[in-house]
Design a protein around this ligand. Structure first.
Ligand SMILES: Nc1ncnc2c1ncn2[C@@H]1O[C@H](COP(=O)(O)OP(=O)(O)OP(=O)(O)O)[C@@H](O)[C@H]1O
Length: 203
């Protein structure tokens, strides 16, 4: 991405941000509350448009093919986006059926096999987060966009995330994640965001 600037409402939140990522690489986005980390992920997912600059994927501007671009991405937002009345398995079934991927393998990876038939309203915060992470595993995407993936997770599960991330990188997958805490991501690039102080020559 090149010289990305973006407003939220009247407020300039990203000013001339640059980075690039290759197959098998990871990027950690850091910065204080309000620095624009989630906004940047939304831009990368094609959920918002940039106000200046360009985001490219294989040299193609994602604004020109946003639907196709969305197929490259698995997106984990702040919200776990689970239906509380449905079981863990039922929450994941649609993704598994669409992409013909192994629901039980994903549940096993996040240690939730034993909770497959429990309504997600009865899960702890960390168990809900693990269910949302299982959904990431079920989509055969090339890029994971993760907004604070470790929130609510215990230390052991955070360490397991390291194995999941490494495995994905080794298969050529790319990870872009925000975080306020250390994540077990080997050899990742780091992008530090700070809130722009002035609107002068923003774009
Ligand atoms: N829906 C919205 N409408 C207007 N402004 C918004 C909206 N959402 C966020 N903002 C503003 O955009 C700025 C960046 O928000 P963003 O959520 O990207 O920050 P962040 O770095 O992810 O913060 P945090 O660490 O708290 O998650 C903030 O100053 C916030 O007030």
């Amino acid at each position: 991405m090149t010289n990305i600037s973006a407003f939220r409402g009247e407020k300039l939140v990203l000013k001339k941000v640059n980075f690039s990522l290759s197959s098998g690489e990871s990027l950690i986005i850091k910065g204080p509350n309000g620095a624009g980390k989630s906004t940047l992920l939304r831009l990368l997912a094609g959920l918002r448009s940039v106000d200046a600059g360009q985001i490219t994927w294989n040299n193609q501007n994602i604004a020109e093919y946003s639907y196709e671009h969305s197929q490259n991405i698995a997106w984990l937002s702040h919200q776990d986006s689970l239906k509380p009345a449905l079981t863990v398995k039922e929450n994941l079934q649609l993704t598994s059926q669409i992409y013909k991927t192994d629901l039980y393998a994903a549940l096993k990876t996040v240690n939730l096999t034993h909770m497959a038939d429990i309504p997600t309203r009865m899960l702890s915060a960390g168990q809900k987060r693990r269910t949302a992470l299982a959904r990431i595993l079920l989509k055969p995407a090339q890029l994971w966009l993760l907004d604070e993936p470790s929130v609510g997770l215990d230390q052991e599960t955070i360490q397991q995330l390291g194995c999941i991330f490494e495995n994905f990188n080794q298969q050529g997958g790319m990870i872009i994640t925000t975080t306020h805490v250390p994540l077990p991501l080997q050899n990742s690039k780091v992008l530090h965001l700070t809130p722009p102080t002035s609107m002068a020559s923003a774009l």
